[in-house]
Every structure is written in structure tokens, then in C-alpha cells.
Design a protein around this ligand. Structure first.
Ligand code: NAD
Length: 260
């Protein structure tokens, strides 16, 4: 089976590092032309330059997803450059902490950064997908959609909202040949995971290596994921071969979750 996206255009959000950067690499390897989106223009330019095809084939757009008006402008501009066939919604995870202690603004910011940004991106790009009769919207969320993770109060709440948004949208857009799916990473070696371990160590006064070992012990596969392992699942969902997979959550967690 050959998974190809030649002649297709993809937008990858949160592409300056971690899982988003790995997704950019996989989609570019499949032949897509990309627009990379995140806050840091120079980091995005460095990622684009290292992709197959380089800066000549891939564009960048710096925007902060907390700035809803700027997000609207950015996706209108991207849509104006021609049809986009694959949209990967991905951005930084909310700060860790108990849900009871979370301030209202933390929920509002996380909703803006995750759900509103994804909604505006979809509204801007779906007309081009409809015209092309090819559309894939893939959301990077978290296993907390299925099993809320202690100490990630705002994140758990917002991921559930994203998953419900995606499921609803998947049924609305399916007749147009557009699929909407969620990829749920397990523990994946990125700066986000480092941050979460540091936070846990600071809160508990515990040793960071011990915290890492305890996390590893939860993963039957016995290791953390490489960002590419999340990206390969995204590559498959973006491909023509995945046309009949719609409205689902795909955990990529090494078997960590106990539930089905
Ligand atoms: P990361 O923090 O390494 O990268 C996040 C990306 O989003 C970066 O490109 C960053 O610049 C961008 N971003 C952050 N805030 C932004 C904003 N306000 N506007 C625009 N772009 C912004 O995270 P990651 O580990 O690659 O994870 C990606 C997503 O998957 C996150 O939502 C994360 O919480 C989730 N996730 C990660 C893990 C893990 O173990 N790494 C596990 C489950 C879920």
C-alpha cells in the first residue's frame, strides 16, 4: 500500500515543534504541499526549510491561536491561496493543575485556543475541500477524551469539547467526502511531556526521574512514543485509503488506556 498526497495541500497547526513538526514531515514525505502554522515565525521557517521540497514548496503563517481575530485573518488568507485538502488542528496543551483551582479565564483561553481556532480553520477551509471533493480534518487531542487524566483539569474539559465538536462535524461533512477524526497521543517525547513531568515534580517535591519511571510503568509497550509514531497515524487518516474512516478517536498510546 502506498500512501500518497501528491497534488494535495495541507495545513498543519502547531507545526513548529513536537507532534505537529513530525506530522509536517510525514505529510511532506507523502508529497503534500504544506502551510505550517504556529506562533514563532523563525521556528516555522526552520521547519519548512528542512522538509522535502523546502521553503520553495511549503509556506508558513505565524499566528497566536489565543487571538481569534488574527486566526480568522490567517485562515482567510490561507484559503485565498487555493484549496486545502487536509487540515490538522493541533496546538499547545493547557497548563496543568486541578480542575477545582482553575480560573474562568483559563477555560475561556483554552476554549479559544483549541475549539474556536479549529472552528475558524474549518469554516475557512471546508469550502475548498467541498470543491475539490477531498477533505480530511484531523484533530490532535489526547487520551483524556476517553479517560480523563488526574491533574489536567482544563485540558480534560477542553479535549472533550473538541472531540464532541469533531464528532458532530464529521456527520455534517461526510456527504461532501470530508472526514473528521481525532488522534489521541499517549505519552510522547516532546517538550509538552517534559513540561508535565517538571510540573508534577515541582508540585509533589518528588524526583523527576522517578515520575518518569512511574509514567513508563503505565505503558505496556514499555516506552514513550516518538512524535513520528503519532504522525504516521495522521498520515494514514489524511490519505485516500482512509476515506471510509470517519468520526472516530484513534488512540496511539502503546496500550496505556485500560478501556476499549
Ligand atoms: P508541544 O508543546 O511540543 O507543541 C505544541 C505546538 O503548538 C508548538 O508548535 C507550539 O508553538 C504550538 N502552539 C502552542 N500554543 C500556541 C498558540 N497559542 N497559538 C498557535 N500555536 C501554538 O506539544 P506536543 O507534545 O507536540 O503536543 C501537541 C498536542 O498534543 C498538544 O495539544 C498536547 O497537549 C497534546 N498531547 C501531547 C501529549 C504528549 O505526551 N506530548 C500527549 C497527549 C496529548
Amino acid at each position: 500500500m502506498q500512501l500518497k498526497l501528491e497534488g494535495r495541500r495541507a495545513v498543519v497547526c502547531g507545526a513548529s515543534r513536537g507532534i505537529g513538526r513530525a506530522i509536517a514531515g510525514v505529510l511532506a514525505d507523502m508529497g503534500a504541499s504544506l502551510t505550517l502554522v504556529a506562533r514563532d515565525e523563525s521556528a516555522l521557517a526552520a521547519v519548512a526549510a528542512r522538509l522535502p521540497g523546502g521553503a520553495a514548496q511549503h509556506g508558513i503563517r505565524a499566528v497566536d491561536f489565543l487571538d481569534t481575530a488574527a486566526v480568522s485573518r490567517a485562515f482567510a488568507d490561507i484559503a485565498g491561496e487555493g484549496p486545502v485538502h487536509v487540515l490538522v488542528n493541533n496546538t499547545g496543551g493547557p497548563a496543568a493543575g486541578p480542575v477545582f483551582e482553575a480560573r474562568p479565564e483559563e477555560f475561556a483561553d483554552a476554549f479559544r485556543q483549541h475549539v474556536l481556532a479549529a472552528q475558524l480553520a474549518a469554516q475557512a477551509l471546508v469550502p475548498g475541500m467541498r470543491k475539490s471533493k477531498y477533505g480530511r480534518i484531523i484533530n490532535i487531542i489526547s487520551t483524556s477524551v476517553k479517560e480523563p487524566i488526574p491533574g489536567l483539569g482544563v485540558s480534560n474539559t477542553i479535549r472533550a469539547a473538541m472531540a464532541s465538536w469533531a464528532k458532530t462535524l464529521s456527520r455534517e461533512l461526510a456527504p461532501a467526502g470530508i472526514t473528521v477524526n481525532n488522534v489521541l497521543p499517549g505519552f510522547t517525547s516532546t517538550e509538552r511531556l517534559d513540561y508535565l513531568f517538571r510540573q508534577r515534580a515541582e508540585k509533589s517535591g518528588g524526583d523527576i526521574e522517578e515520575i518518569e519511571r512511574a509514567a513508563l510503568a503505565q505503558v505496556p509497550t514499555g516506552r514513550f512514543a516518538r512524535p513520528e509514531e503519532i504522525a504516521w497515524a495522521v498520515g494514514f487518516l489524511a490519505s485516500p485509503q482512509a476515506a471510509y474512516i470517519n468520526g472516530i478517536n484513534v488512540p496511539v498510546d502503546g496500550g496505556r488506556m485500560a478501556s476499549l
